[in-house]
Design a protein around this ligand. Structure first.
Ligand code: FES
Ligand code: FES
Length: 210
């Protein structure tokens, strides 16, 4: 007997895929965390930066040591980009910078003034239609808990663009090539076969046949 769908789980997972989960900020950036930081002699200088994220410019005053990941999550409330390891090992923080995928935990926000930054929240069209890769993630059930999903989706979007605009665009990617090019994004739930199916649909042999 078929099971009725569970609307709450489905809604949650769709929200994760779209990066549309608007969680409240886990913490605001305090003016002073402790008596020590209130001391003017230990105050960290702030730098004025302008970030272009999902087509919108944001003028911020930040500590020079602030990562792009923390700028997105804590200053711009773009919490679709996840913090997993915070050291370049999991890919949960993947965003697109000038069309290329990067780990936003490994780069400083001040290095990206006026770069074109796209997060998972910026992939959908202005009328709300999801990016084709986002709908493919849902169609293939390519997630379980959804934590790695925004990074997986951003990485897949970039991989597909890299392939279609690269010298081997006429040749479909093999499954091993796709696995290799997606290997920077870890999924602890093991949704890899479904994620592979998503990317294969765009650049694999099935895409070439279609
Ligand atoms: S949080 Fe950036 S790679 Fe893990
Ligand atoms: S879906 Fe849970 S970590 Fe990938």
């Amino acid at each position: 007997m078929s099971q009725p769908s569970n609307p709450s789980r489905r809604n949650f997972l769709q929200s994760a895929a779209a990066g549309a989960v608007a969680l409240p900020l886990a913490r605001a950036v305090p003016a002073a965390d402790s008596p020590q930081t209130a001391d003017a002699s230990t105050a960290v200088a702030q730098s004025a930066i302008r970030l272009k994220v999902n087509g919108q410019f944001h003028d911020l005053s930040v500590e020079p040591r602030l990562t792009l990941l923390d700028a997105l999550r804590e200053h711009l409330a773009l919490t679709g980009t996840k913090k997993g390891c915070d050291r370049g090992q999991c890919g949960a923080c993947t965003v697109l910078v000038n069309g290329r995928r990067i780990n936003s935990c490994l780069t400083l926000a001040i290095r990206h003034s006026d770069d074109d930054i796209v997060t998972v929240e910026g992939l959908a069209a202005s009328d709300g239609r999801l990016h084709p890769v986002q709908t493919a993630f849902m169609r293939h059930d390519a997630f379980q808990c959804g934590f790695c999903t925004p990074g997986q989706i951003c990485s897949a979007v970039a991989l597909i663009d890299e392939h279609k605009n690269g010298p081997r665009a006429q040749r479909p990617m093999t499954d091993d090539e796709i696995r290799d090019r997606m290997s920077g994004n870890i999924c602890r739930c093991g949704a890899y076969p479904h994620i592979l199916a998503v990317v294969r649909e765009f650049v694999g042999e099935a895409a070439a046949d279609g």
